[in-house]
Structure formats: structure tokens, C-alpha cells
Design a protein around this ligand. Structure first.
Ligand code: PNS
Length: 168
């Protein structure tokens, strides 16, 4: 069984992430979306929320699993018996950091490969940080995050929106 792992912070999942997940799920027998519990960062969405949003987003994909992980990615890979890390590349600016991570992971565990998928050009500008900024200032995030979770993301990030929804 070919298992791929798509790791990230997913704070929150965007349409760009979903595009990579859908395409990668066709390449592997099983794709694990691995959500990092990072003690050095304070995410806006806690680990349970990030996992839940991803589960909702991917419920139409039967071979996709969503799991949280702590520590080194390669240790999680070994635990899951997976050999391939899947990463998305949006622009040349992503390359240097991704290249460094891929080489470091290769150094730590030579049997594990990293493969890169180019993002759909529709989403090349998109990031979780952009989504948070747009939502905080009341902009429309409908085409930026999966439709199913747009309301939840707005509720979390925009107080005014949350109050209006509560009064409906
Ligand atoms: O969505 P992000 O924040 O760009 O994802 C980064 C992630 C989670 C893929 C990366 O930080 C990671 O793999 N962290 C786990 C710790 C680790 O294995 N570090 C060594 C390789 S960089």
C-alpha cells in the first residue's frame, strides 16, 4: 500500500490545500494529512479545530485520513509506515524553505522522499495568513476556504460576523 503524508500547520485549511489533497489522494492508496502540534507557534485555531476543519473538508475523499502529530515529521512517517512526503509549491518564494526542509528530512531519514506538487494557478496567491487577515477585517473568504467550513472560519475570526450569526 502506497501511503503519502501531506504535512502542514493548516491554520486554517485553504482551497489551495484542498486542491493538493484532492490531487495527491489520486496518486496514493492512502493520504494522511498530518497537522503539526507546534509548541513554538500559537495558532489561531487549536489542534482540535484544525483537525476537525480538515476532516469536514475531506469527508468526500475516502482514502484521506487526518491526524495530528508532534515532534519530527520523519518519526511520524515511520510510525505510519509512510515513505513519501507531499508538499505544495505556490511560487519560487516557497522553494528555498521547502528545499531546505526536504534536504534535512532526507539527511535525517534517507529512505523517505519528498515530492512537490505545483499549486493550481488559481490559488498561487493564497495562504492561511491571508485568509485570517481577510476574515478579521470582514472581507469575503468564500473562494479562499472550502465552502463547507467558510462560516466556521468567519465565526472564529470575526467577532462582528459571529454576533450577527448568533442573532439570526
Ligand atoms: O504549513 P507549514 O507551517 O509550512 O508546515 C511546516 C511543517 C509542519 C511541514 C514543518 O514545520 C514540519 O515538518 N515540522 C515538524 C518538525 C520537523 O520534522 N522538523 C524537521 C524538518 S523541517
Amino acid at each position: 500500500m502506497k501511503i503519502g503524508v501531506y504535512p502542514g500547520s493548516f491554520d486554517p485549511v485553504t482551497n489551495g490545500h484542498l486542491d493538493i489533497i484532492e490531487r495527491a489522494s489520486k496518486i496514493f492508496d492512502k493520504l494522511i494529512v498530518a497537522v503539526l502540534v507546534n509548541p513554538n507557534k500559537t495558532p489561531v485555531f487549536d489542534i482540535e479545530e484544525r483537525v476537525e476543519l480538515l476532516k469536514e473538508t475531506t469527508e468526500h475523499l475516502p482514502n484521506v485520513e487526518v491526524k495530528a502529530f508532534k515532534g519530527l515529521l520523519i518519526d511520524f512517517m515511520k510510525q505510519e509506515n509512510a515513505k513519501v512526503i507531499v508538499k505544495g509549491l505556490r511560487a519560487v518564494s516557497d522553494f528555498e524553505y521547502e528545499f531546505q526542509m526536504a534536504l534535512l528530512n532526507k539527511k535525517l531519514e534517507p529512505s523517505i522522499e519528498t515530492i512537490f506538487m505545483m499549486t493550481n494557478s488559481k490559488y498561487s496567491y493564497l495562504s492561511s495568513s491571508m485568509v485570517k487577515e481577510v476574515a478579521r477585517f470582514g472581507g469575503c473568504i468564500e473562494d479562499l476556504v472550502p465552502e463547507k467550513i467558510a462560516k466556521k472560519v468567519m465565526k472564529k475570526l470575526n467577532k462582528k460576523y459571529a454576533e450577527t450569526e448568533e442573532n439570526k
